[in-house]
Design a protein around this ligand. Structure first.
Ligand SMILES: N[C@@H]1[C@@H](O)[C@H](O)[C@@H](COP(=O)(O)O)O[C@@H]1O
Length: 241
């Protein structure tokens, strides 16, 4: 596991963006695994900047997002589909049919999870961007006694709904369920790029990266992967320096 600590958010964003851009540069039909949350926003801004500098085309690139809320339409500003359009897809030349997110409005959620896994099976992820939840979740894989390998529906923990409530008008509007790629699927990516910032994540960063490998801290399973790059700002990295 490679851990890099950055003095500034800008440096972290540029480093992460360039890893993703270079993957697509070296392999024009690359498959990028993407994430949501507040952490990746600066990374996506930087990717758009690189695109506008004509450094890269995404015309042949495929993307898979980690997760989506159940019950929010794509037009809902809090849906991850909307987030991806807003922060990345609408600014670059990626083809709509090559961008994938779980469909949280699917009538048959189980069938939707199976469909997503089939697509992932056919197009393995070259590099997977990840954030980290305060309780150690990755995607929406919440701490539990067991973790699922493949894409599945999850009931969100109270602390996750509270952490994400800042994006919604009220707590009542925060969905209770989500569809997420499983930890098994995440670990199948060739390279995993986890970006974490903020003093409030310092403790969980330490647990995930240096603590025991346990399903109670889903991100700790990343320790079993051969190629993980962790990008931290000083605050998030202060307990492992
Ligand atoms: N499902 C997402 C995760 O994929 C993300 O990593 C986490 C942390 O987000 P933030 O970067 O906003 O702290 O939030 C959500 O729960």
């Amino acid at each position: 596991m490679e851990i890099i600590i950055f003095d500034t958010q800008k440096e972290l964003d540029a480093y992460a963006a360039d890893l993703l851009v270079n993957t697509a540069g070296e392999k024009p039909d690359a498959v990028l695994g993407l994430a949501t949350g507040s952490t990746p926003i600066g990374i996506y801004d930087k990717i758009v900047e690189r695109y506008n500098e004509k450094k890269i085309s995404f015309a042949g690139v495929t993307t898979f997002n980690l997760d989506e809320y159940v019950g929010l339409r794509q037009e809902n500003e809090q849906s991850y589909a909307y987030y991806m359009q807003k922060h990345l897809f609408s600014h670059i030349d990626i083809l709509a049919e090559n961008t994938h997110l779980p469909n949280g409005m699917a009538e048959d959620i189980e069938a939707e999870c199976a469909r997503y896994d089939e697509m992932l099976e056919a197009r393995p992820v070259d590099i997977q961007l990840l954030g980290l939840g305060h309780n150690g979740h990755i995607g929406f894989n919440e701490p539990d006694v067991n973790l699922s390998g493949g894409t599945h529906a999850v009931q969100l923990k109270a602390e996750t709904r509270e952490a994400n409530a800042r994006f919604f008008a009220s707590m009542n509007e925060v969905p209770s369920y989500a569809i997420t790629m499983g930890v098994g699927s995440i670990l199948k990516a060739n390279t995993i790029l986890m970006a974490v910032r903020g003093a409030d994540k310092a403790g969980i960063v330490k647990e995930a990266l240096t603590g025991p490998i346990t399903t109670n801290v889903p991100a700790s399973l990343l320790q079993t992967h051969a190629r993980v790059i962790v990008l931290l700002d000083r605050e998030a990295g202060r307990m492992i320096e």
